[in-house]
Design a protein around this ligand. Sequence first.
Ligand code: SAM
Ligand code: SF4
Ligand code: SF4
Length: 347
Amino acid sequence: MSSILTLPATAPRDRLHRPLHDLRISVMDRCNFRCPYCMPRSTFHEHYQFLKPTERLSFEEITRLVHLFVEMGVKKLRLTGGEPLLRPNLTELIAELGAIDGVEDIALTTNGVLLEKYATELQASGLKRITVSLDSLDPGVFTQMSGGFQGLEQVLTGLQAAQQVGLNPIKINVVVQRGVNDHTLLDLLEHFRGSGIIVRCIEYMDVGNRNHWQRQHVVPSKELLQRIQACWPVHKLSGNYHGEVAERYAYDDGGGEIGFISSVTQTFCGSCTRARLSSEGVFYTCLFATHGLDLKIPMRSGASDDELRELIRNAWEQRDDRYSELRSVQSINASTTHKIEMYYIGG
Ligand code: SAM
Ligand code: SF4
Ligand code: SF4
């Protein structure tokens, strides 16, 4: 189990005494899908104004910030989006980030459409792990959940390519929505049993305001676990590290591992050590944040490393976010509280 006790002495703690350990970096706000739960077409239509390339942080800017974050305790990086594989020359960034002393782990979350094309390059650049989002193996449900795009075969071929080049352990994220894809989950699990790929079932979340989230569309992990147990007995595994979001289970018959990310029904804010950096350089201390700290403006106005360090430190020390916990005890109105969209800060 890696320990948060190995943090630098200067590492900041937030108001709930949580250190800063993981940074999720959105490298691209655009996406080649329009998953209705994330980037519904009604909002993200053909005239939607995404960032201009110069408005996105450059690789030098991202690398500079990561150096500072590492000094404050960050050890794990996850590159995400939008769709990160749409960012030109992404592997150059991965190689630069991997060379930073103190970065222990770099992972990537992708919808997998471009994975076959980039798998070899990604592995060669030093990427350690990959998570592929795949909501269903039923072609009709897949197309519905990608917002009208085909691509299931491409994603499956991409997964094979990733396995062949050794981007292991590969994880698959399935956002489970009642009445949309929950009836196809067991088929998906069966397909990947014994493959070494870890499927993680994610409770549908009220991220942002555009997906018209309703609690009745969430399938609690406990319910999924019962459905899975009825087919294949499973047992609980212990956590890999402090702050791990997934609860891990293994099939009793050796068929591999499944994870559950239950941020609606079993919240984990108490051990949340994750921060996020948007593609335009805004720093967020919670997935459900209503505002963030712009780091691009000071960086482009000549701020020194000390000044940037101070800004980041203050933001983390002020942090008291625990949205998911509050959602479960108060009736936060998920649709009217203004929140940052998932495509913008990444999952
Ligand atoms: N485009 C990439 C992908 O889909 O893997 C990376 C970005 S995507 C925003 C990151 C993760 O967030 C995906 O696994 C996606 O399924 C998940 N996600 C997006 N909206 C969600 C929601 N409302 N609830 C739960 N997970 C969500
Ligand atoms: Fe794109 Fe990923 Fe959001 Fe789907 S979940 S719209 S693939 S960013
Ligand atoms: Fe962390 Fe915010 Fe999610 Fe809680 S709601 S686990 S504080 S990102």
